[in-house]
Structures are given as C-alpha cells and as structure tokens.
Design a protein around this ligand. Sequence first.
Ligand code: GDP
Ligand code: MN
Length: 389
Amino acid sequence: MGAATQEIRLKLQEYRSKEILARHGVPLLGGATATTPEQARAAAADIAGPVVVKAQVLVGGRGKAGGVKLAANPDETADRAREIIGLDIKGTTVKTVLVAPAAEIAHESYLGLILDRATRAITVIASAEGGVEIEETAKTNPEAILRLRLHPLIGLQEHQVRRVGFFLGIPAELRNDFAALLRGLHAAFMESDADLAEVNPLVVTDGGRLLALDAKIVLDDSALPRHPDLEAMRDLNEEEPSEIAAREAGISFIKLEGTIGCMVNGAGLAMTTMDLVKLAGGEPANFLDIGGGAKADRVAAAFRIILDDPNVKAILINIFGGITRGDEVARGIVEARAGLTRDVPMVVRIVGTNADEAEPILAEANLITADSLDDAAAKAVAAAEGRTA
Ligand code: GDP
Ligand code: MN
C-alpha cells in the first residue's frame, strides 16, 4: 500500500478534496460516487450528458493506468465502471469510482499550494503544462514552473494572484474567475491545515469556463484534532490496518520493510533506535513511539501491532524511564507478552528511573537484556538472524 514511505499525513480522495474546494467556491463539476456498475449507471442518469468515470485511489497517474474513462450515456457508464472497479492501480484495488459530468477541455494547467519545508513558506506552484505530474515537469521542463512564496503573515497577495494568472496564460475575460479560484484554493488550504492542495488539471473548457477537473488535498495529521469533519473523510480502505490500530491505541506507528520490530518511548529516541539497528546491520520493521507512561495495555497493543507484521523476527524494546518507571514497564512487558499468540525473541533495554528494579523482572521472564543501546541493537539483529550476539 506504499504507506511505508509516507509521512504521517492524511491524503484525501479526489471526491473528498473536491467537497472541500467546492465549499470555498472553487468551480468544479461535482458528480457522485459509486461502488457498483449499477450505481454508476444511476449516477450517470442523474447527470444527463456525457460523464467521466474516475477511480478513487490515492495515487497519481490514474488516467494513464486506465482509471479515468469517458462515457456517453448511462449504459456506457456502467461498462466503464465495471472495467475500473477492481482494477489494480499501482498496488491499490479500486473500490469506488466518481461519476462526474465530462468537460470539454481546451487547455490544461497545473495549480497547487504546498507547505514548502525548504523555504519554510506556503508556496504557490503553477505550470501551464497541466495534466502531467508536476514532478515530471520539474524534471523535463523546470522553467515551465512558477513558484511563488507566500508571506507568512500577509498570505496570498493580489499582485501574486495576478502574476500566477498571467503566467498560466489565463484569457483576459477569465482573470477574475481565476483570481476567485486561487483565493478559494488558498482559503481551503489554510482552513483545513493542509500540507498540499492541488488542482491538476485546472482547465479552460471549450465553452470558456475555468474548472478544477481533478483535486488532491493532503492534511497534516497533527492538526486533525481541530478538524473532526476532515478526519471523517479518511479512507480506511487505503491505510495499513496496523497503522489504523496504532492510531486507535494512541501510538505513533509507521510500518517499514525490515525485520526488527521497535518499541520505544519518545519520537527522538525511536529515530535513534532505528539508526542504531541499521548501524548494527539490521533493518527496522517500524517506527513506534509508545508515548508516555508505557502501561501494560498500551504495551500489549504495541506488541500486537508489531507482531501483526509477519516480517518481524525480533523485537527491540528501548525505554527511557523518566516519569515512566522502569519496573512498571518491565512488568507491563512481561504481562503483555504472556497474552501474545506469536512470540519472537525480545531484547529489552530499560534505563532511567527504577532501571535496577526492572532488571530482575526481565531476567526472570527470560527476556534478553542489554545495558547499552549499541548492545541492544546488536543483540536484536543477531536474534532476528537466529544467532546470539
Ligand atoms: P490523474 O491521472 O490521476 O491525475 O487523473 P485526472 O483526473 O487528472 O485525469 C487525467 C486526465 O484525464 C486529465 O488530465 C484529462 O486529460 C482527462 N480527463 C479527466 N476528466 C476529464 C473530462 O471530464 N473530460 C475530458 N475530456 N478529459 C478528462
Ligand atoms: Mn490529475
């Protein structure tokens, strides 16, 4: 599912992204979603006129992959939906299609807003070469891309709006519409705490209208507590089940490809632990920050999430006891481990508050202990390979 390489961000499906943009006055052709050919047929019957049937999956290049097709009438719509539903697009199986009125395209552009970490500013990105992925244009024709950094306090300014419109070659009679569209996109970006809001293609139709034909919004997970309505737009079909379980348990977790499961308290310590696993010649199976007060139920949930990954051959537990007491964590680990259906070698390093009291509890439970993190990483890598370090 590709989640391994993602940051902790919430990508919204096109139809969800369009819902948000529509609320901010961005002109687009709505349509309805369907999960069966029959539903698609009914959606097309409501539209009257040609439609476009679009796979709702969180990957780019759906068009090229056969996930975007035009249909002249409801019967054709059902046929196209039948072809697209169930299709595998870059590893994701299509479950839902969007059926929307088809547009007649005169010109396609790219328009996006991103939180650019390099310049530490929200940045407008525009290219008159729309319909192709912006990364592609950046490689083949970088001068075709305009990047405009927005002032952190003033935001999007009128002269910037005009400059983007000119750059894209928007016809004079559509410049006011374009200004409203870009302001709407910006408002949507700001109000939803987005990392990215992208319209590709932004089209001028044969009839001389501006339309957002495709939309993609990516939200910052950390801001989601402020947006329960957006959280509800999450597509659980496209997330790792283990990442869903982690979120429900209040654990920060990202699945990776290695064999060493990691259970750590603190994000920084978790990163360091992963680095040292690599230094010892292993590959971490995950990033996991169990958070404060690693109690037995939280530890048990973390074990289940880690062991749910069949690639995991050993677990490295690295806990720094501050307010969290080492002996409590040790008891939590022993207790949680007893309830597991699958067991792998476990290397435990506990330092800080009550670490001395933790030691005998771990030893008695036959857990491998380590006194330094280097030592723990080496032992975990060895255990995963069936050796002892
Ligand atoms: P993506 O490939 O995943 O980015 O999906 P898009 O929604 O951007 O669609 C890909 C391409 O299909 C667009 O660049 C258009 O050229 C074409 N397309 C999408 N919607 C329509 C439509 O309503 N009418 C026409 N004629 N072409 C469309
Ligand atoms: Mn697109």
